[in-house]
Design a protein around this ligand. Sequence first.
Ligand SMILES: Cc1cc2nc3c(=O)[nH]c(=O)nc-3n(C[C@H](O)[C@H](O)[C@H](O)COP(=O)(O)O)c2cc1C
Length: 308
Amino acid sequence: MTFCGIDLSSPILNASGTFDAIAAQLAFGERLQENFPFAAFVSKTVTLAPREGNPPPRLWELPAGMINSIGLPNKGLTRYLEEDLPRLAQLPVPLFVNVMGFSRDELVELVGAFGERSEVAAVELNVSCPNVETGLVMGADPWEVSKLLDRVRPLTEKPLIVKLTPSASDVAAVAIAAQSAGASALSLINTIRGMALDPRSGRPWLGAVTGGVSGPAVRAVALAQVHAVRTAVEIPIIGMGGVANGRDALNLMLAGADLVAVGTESFRDPAAGARIARELAEARADPASLAGSGEGSRKVRGFTPSGC
Ligand SMILES: Cc1cc2nc3c(=O)[nH]c(=O)nc-3n(C[C@H](O)[C@H](O)[C@H](O)COP(=O)(O)O)c2cc1C
């Protein structure tokens, strides 16, 4: 299959920040090269300056997923280009680089740097952070997204994927703005803000107080947002949020995703990507094989299908 002109062996990618391909290369060597679990590798977010990330603790486990407040630690653009890009270029799959900036100028520099590199197949814009110049979360506001793309779209002919934020009050409006301003594709959902309390002290558990909820807990939100975006735009969509098996992946595709990314599930099972790609292929060949399994089989008595 192809995605924005890029050949892919399956529709399953990793979600940014949830699979460390460099650590996996060191741990598994040749075995990883031969059995890479994803059809493309999406890097964790790269920022212009190095970041240490948030103070610990940074993780809280939920009954259905987790809250993370990792805070995007990374070595910054210069060291990333020198140290990580050459290693990631050796992966047997196309490389998508995910970037985030605290202003449009920062994103211009980041897209400019990766946009011409032959190692990079596509650039994903993580727009879930505030623009320090306007105070608005870039991805929550159609105007911000439009202004950003006006600046970065001319810098590269590579596919530009806008990773939408689930905190937008109207995610479809942001999607339309991104498409109109030249985005090649959209990805969603990012994590949803959440909080946990230390059961002993009653105070916030996470060092950053709040963090991002991910995993099965966000799956229904992901389905609704992918559906809303699909009804609004024609460009390809990478769906993610709580995908743990082939059925979850198929459901996101039925809701409108062209590709599906696996995030939190890779922490539980580092080979999840390959398993989910296999399960998805089986499910697409024989959709009846899924009937009666999973969430959908548990009918709720008296359930009224109304969102109003
Ligand atoms: C530990 C962790 C780190 C993450 N880091 C990033 C990141 O660096 N950049 C980004 O765009 N999204 C990041 N995400 C969000 C995921 O890419 C994904 O959008 C989200 O977790 C929903 O998918 P999931 O429920 O399958 O995990 C991170 C998520 C987790 C759990």
